[in-house]
Design a protein around this ligand. Structure first.
Ligand code: HEM
Length: 507
């Protein structure tokens, strides 16, 4: 009995001591947060909702209501100026729209991608996702090595060689649209252009025929699920701990696994072809295989690393372009005068010609302007962020080091300060004779970590748009919303449902 009492008192004392330690740790952490607040509170920003969670509740509320987080960023920028502060625990994030700071930070390799977001995307709810691939790689050396190996698959010489594939895949879309026009059926344009861009990336990057306009495939849904999962995983730290989210989380893990197992299979097939001495294309898949170690010394990590880039290209190389195309169709349908002008250009440059050449793309200057203007109002990959470890001055405000700076092309593209009457769709803003926007328009990001697929994407978008304009008239089915859906990338909520009719074009 005495022993029991002694044990009980020891346990009680140990518990007391543990509580004391937790209390001290809690007090210490609270003081640290207070110190951070005092260090950064001279930077303007919206009021914190709570001491610990700062502004995160506002963000979670927006997500819950299906609102666009970037509209809030725009509102904060308009209220607080070119640099504003947000807090979450001891983290400080600054929304930056000052062009000089944008130039200084994004153009320099010195500022690495922000760990809070990009390191997280290594996996999704415990399932490896983008890993150390090109978008998420933190370490400069590791990123630089990959980027150099990938560069040849994006050189202008190589891209010229892809014109055949762009034409051929876009032609399949035209056949499908022709059926819709004949049967006078309404068309969900977002769905169709999604099929085309996925077909293109599968063919061009990995040498695989999906032919999604004819065949069904689990990939579009898997990509969408991964993107949705990404948003919850990054923006809501507690999402994974809520039991009601379990089924969705399992779905996300399953979608990631599908992409990775598909990658493993396609890589295996390509390697076998290489070993057999077959003639393989110098495409993205071949370059991905080169980014890993030598065949004889290939480790499990090397294999995983190849899959990281496989998933990276599958995700990055497809739906951003599809969403741009859908937004572009939506805006043209809303602006008959602009549609008429771009139609005229396409008719002048292409006439009845079926195959669009690389040189034709250069001649379609107004279409380029239309595509640029689309990405100003609807930057489908809306932002990027960098760590700023050292003190600096932004817009005259001293910024102590240790913050994350967030750059939103959505915000800068919609600021009256940079683009007068910003919500008006006006491709003439990008007329070749007009001064280029100064570090306030960056839908493909800027500097060393800017989009590797920018030229690829714009060539593809132009081929699809030019053929569509050459062959069809399209009008929006009435009663649709023009709202944006924020799934990490931005897409038109309505799906852009159109009626299509043949134009005067004969094959
Ligand atoms: C309209 C279409 C596209 C848009 C708006 C877009 C936009 C962007 C943006 C904003 C980034 C920077 C991401 C960040 O910092 O987190 C990026 C990176 C990247 N994009 Fe794109 N992208 C598009 C199409 C493509 C395509 C078609 C490909 C490949 C075929 C591609 C491949 C990449 C890669 C590999 C990176 C990472 C580059 C690096 O860090 O070295 N993108 N893209």
């Amino acid at each position: 009995m005495a022993v029991f009492h002694v044990l009980l008192s020891w346990t009680a004392q140990a518990l007391m001591f543990l509580f004391f330690l937790i209390f001290i740790a809690f007090l210490g952490y609270s003081l640290y947060i207070k110190h951070i607040h005092m260090k950064y509170d001279h930077i303007p920003g919206p009021p914190r909702e709570t001491f610990f969670f700062g502004h995160s509740r506002t963000i979670l509320r927006l997500m819950k209501n299906d609102e666009i987080i970037h509209d809030k960023f725009l509102e904060w920028t308009e209220t607080h100026g070119p640099v504003y502060r947000l807090n979450f625990l001891h983290y400080v994030t600054l929304g930056v729209s000052c062009p000089e700071a944008t130039k200084e930070i994004l153009m320099s390799p010195k500022y690495s991608k922000d760990k809070l977001v990009y390191k997280k995307l290594f996996n999704l709810f415990g399932q490896r996702f983008l890993g150390n691939g090109l978008i998420t790689a933190q370490d400069h050396e590791q990123w630089y090595k990959q980027r150099r190996i990938m560069d040849p698959a994006f050189s202008s010489l190589y891209l010229r060689g892809l014109m055949g594939t762009f034409n051929e895949r876009a032609e399949k879309l035209m056949d499908k649209l022709s059926d819709f026009a004949d049967s006078k059926t309404e068309v969900n344009m977002l769905h169709l252009v999604n099929c085309v861009t996925l077909d293109v990336i599968a063919k061009v990057a990995f040498g695989v025929e999906l032919d999604l306009l004819k065949n069904s495939s689990p990939f579009p849904k898997a990509i969408e699920t991964c993107l949705k999962g990404m948003v919850h995983y990054v923006r809501d730290l507690f999402f994974q701990f809520k039991p009601k989210n379990k089924p969705f989380i399992n779905e996300v893990r399953e979608a990631c696994r599908l992409l990775r197992t598909t990658g493993a299979q396609w890589i295996h097939e390509r390697k076998t072809a290489m070993q057999n001495g077959d003639d393989v294309p110098k495409d993205i898949l071949t370059q991905i295989i080169k980014t890993a170690g030598k065949e004889e010394s290939m480790t499990k990590e090397d294999e995983e690393f190849m899959l990281d880039n496989f998933v990276t290209f599958f995700i990055a190389g497809q739906e951003t372009t599809a969403n741009q195309l859908a937004f572009c169709i939506m805006e043209l349908a809303r602006h008959p005068d602009i549609l008429e002008k771009v139609n005229k250009e396409v008719d002048d440059v292409l006439g009845m010609k079926q195959d669009i050449s690389y040189d034709n793309l250069g001649e379609l200057t107004y279409l380029s302007q239309v595509l640029k203007e689309t990405l100003r109002i609807y930057p489908t990959a809306p932002g990027t962020s960098r760590e700023v470890p050292e003190d600096m001055v932004i817009a005259g405000i001293h910024i102590p080091g240790g913050v994350t700076c967030f750059f939103s092309s959505y915000v800068t593209g919609r600021l009256d300060r940079f683009f007068r009457d910003p919500l008006t769709f006006d491709p003439d803003r990008f007329h070749p004779d007009v001064t280029k926007p100064y570090y306030c328009y960056y839908p493909f990001a800027l500097g060393p970590r800017s989009c590797l697929g920018q030229n690829f994407a714009q060539m593809e978008a132009k081929v699809v748009m030019a053929k569509l304009l050459q062959r069809f008239d399209f009008t929006l089915v009435p009663g649709q919303t023009f709202d944006i859906l924020d799934t990490g990338s931005l897409r038109p909520k309505s799906g852009v449902v159109c009626s299509v009719r043949h134009r005067n074009y004969k094959k």
